[in-house]
Design a protein around this ligand. Structure first.
Ligand code: SAH
Ligand code: SF4
Ligand code: F3S
Length: 460
């Protein structure tokens, strides 16, 4: 009898760094013989790669664990269950107490030790590993080995992890630890490998990516801008993006890179969280609304077509109507192409959670709705502004309907291209002819111009 090939199912929640980490876990387990399972039902090892950022995100792990328990009762199988990610880091052994189905708990800095932890779990030990060892993680985690067929033409590369900012609402400094940057050589090697596998667009990830300060080949610390220029030298790489930036760390050289480095896309996710100086101060963001707007203006001077995105928190402790109005105002003043909005969620261990001025849930809901409506309007206006324009699209997959190819604009908007003969991985010029709720519609550039113009007018 041949042994069954062990199958791994990783379910990721939260930010892109978890998506990246999930791939690294699969890479770390490949030498152990693990292959990807198509579903949790089919898996021998289920990893829940969790997020702790808001209460709702953190609680998802327990409802998922309940489902796994039920699944086991129904089909009689007992896969190994691991809890990874930021809830693992924050709650550690508590998770074992709360859920009997969990066999091991592993924090984001310890994935290189997964094979050993799994062996111990199989021996019935229920290990917990939440040590901070970023250096070790970066130097010993297997590098990406998957072929393009399963990977696609875009990929994430973590360049920096952790955060020293301690915004008063945020758990990330506690779950991801202190800021640490990977070396330029490591990042270049990983990117070259991805590009050799057919990847055309790389998004550099960091909780505070513009604070990147990795060791360069010259023995000095390199900035994110310098890293971007270096990566842009890689033949075959078409596009570079990075996320998430903090306004305080946005250097002049990064602004210049948006002007001078062609491969850096004109899209920027730069959260401001609130438009009120009083709230920004209470959040420990260490900048004012005016600082933020000035910075945006300088970046737009370098790159006028920049599409700006952000994050907002409504209902931070002590937020008054006037504070919230200031947030609505900064949405207009900054000119967002889109943004993410969140209701403040008190997180255990963070200073803001202790404040007595917590905002009523109903008020939070009402503010969230108003802010979301304004941002949706802004987003639609941005999308409409692209109709009639010629833009480049990186083709990522076949489209929703036959004869369509799908990809993304430089501004990250999904684009459906009609009647395109382009291949996946190509960057093609298209004329934007219309907008849908989530995508742009386009035709290959230089097609039936009259039709396009008429359509553009019809949708304007
Ligand atoms: N490092 C990034 C963001 C990390 S978390 C930055 O500094 O901007 C992603 C977003 O989640 C944050 O920008 C914030 O808007 C939101 N967030 C973080 N903690 C939160 C909390 N306690 N309640 C609600 N939203 C929160
Ligand atoms: Fe959290 Fe602030 Fe760090 Fe962003 S900068 S990860 S919001 S503490
Ligand atoms: Fe969530 Fe951790 Fe990312 S808390 S947002 S998964 S850094």
């Amino acid at each position: 009898m041949t042994a069954r090939t062990p199958k791994l199912f990783v379910k990721s929640y939260g930010c892109q760094m978890n998506v990246y980490d999930a791939e690294r876990m699969a890479d770390a387990l490949a030498p152990e013989g693990y292959v990807a399972a198509t579903s949790a039902e089919d898996a021998d090892l289920i990893v829940l790669n969790t997020c702790h950022i808001r209460e709702k995100a953190a609680e998802k792990v327990y409802s998922e664990l309940g489902r796994i328990r039920k699944m086991g009762e129904e089909n009689g199988r007992k896969p190994l269950v691991a809890v990874a990610g930021c809830v693992a880091q924050a709650e550690g052994a508590e998770i074992l107490k709360r859920s009997g189905v969990v066999d091991l708990v592993v924090g984001p800095q310890s994935y290189q030790r997964l094979p050993d932890l799994i062996a111990r779990a199989k021996a019935g030990q229920r290990p917990v590993d939440t040590e901070f060892a970023v250096e070790e993680k970066f130097s010993s985690l297997a590098t990406p080995a998957r072929p393009l067929a399963t990977r696609g033409v875009t990929a994430f590369v973590t360049v920096q992890e952790g955060c020293d900012k301690f915004c008063s609402f945020c758990v990330v400094p506690y779950t991801r630890g202190a800021e640490a940057s990977r070396s330029v050589a490591q990042i270049v090697a990983e990117t070259e490998r991805l590009v050799a596998q057919g990847v055309r667009e790389i998004t550099l990830l960091g909780q505070n990516v513009d604070a990147y300060h990795g060791a360069g080949p010259d023995g000095r610390d390199w900035s994110l801008a310098r890293l971007l220029y270096r990566l842009a030298e890689i033949d075959g790489l078409a596009r570079l993006r990075y996320t998430t930036s903090h306004p305080r760390d946005f250097g002049d050289d990064l602004i210049a890179a948006h002007r001078d480095c062609e491969k850096v896309m004109p899209y920027l996710h730069l959260p401001v969280q609130s438009g009120s100086d009083r709230i920004l101060k209470a959040m420990n963001r260490r900048h004012t609304a005016a600082d933020y707007l000035r910075l945006i203006e300088r970046i737009r001077d370098a790159r006028p077509d920049l599409a700006l995105s952000g994050d907002f928190i409504v209902g931070f402790p002590g937020e008054t109507d006037a504070d919230f109005d200031a947030t609505m105002q900064i949405v207009d003043a900054a000119g967002y192409a889109g943004a993410y909005t969140f209701k403040y969620s008190p997180r255990p261990g963070t200073p803001a959670a202790e404040r007595e001025t917590q905002v009523d849930e109903a008020v939070k809901n009402e503010r969230l709705q108003r802010l979301q409506a304004r941002i949706t309007e802004r987003q639609a206006a941005f999308q409409r502004s692209l109709v009639g324009r010629r833009i480049e699209v990186l083709v990522e997959r076949v489209g929703r309907h036959s004869g369509q190819m799908a990809g993304r604009s430089p501004y990250l908007s999904p684009v459906q291209i009609d009647g395109s003969a382009a291949a996946i991985g190509e960057v093609v010029e298209v004329d934007v002819v219309g907008v849908g709720p989530n995508s742009l519609f386009a035709a290959p550039a230089g097609g039936a111009r009259e039709d396009i113009r008429m359509l553009a007018e019809a949708t304007a």
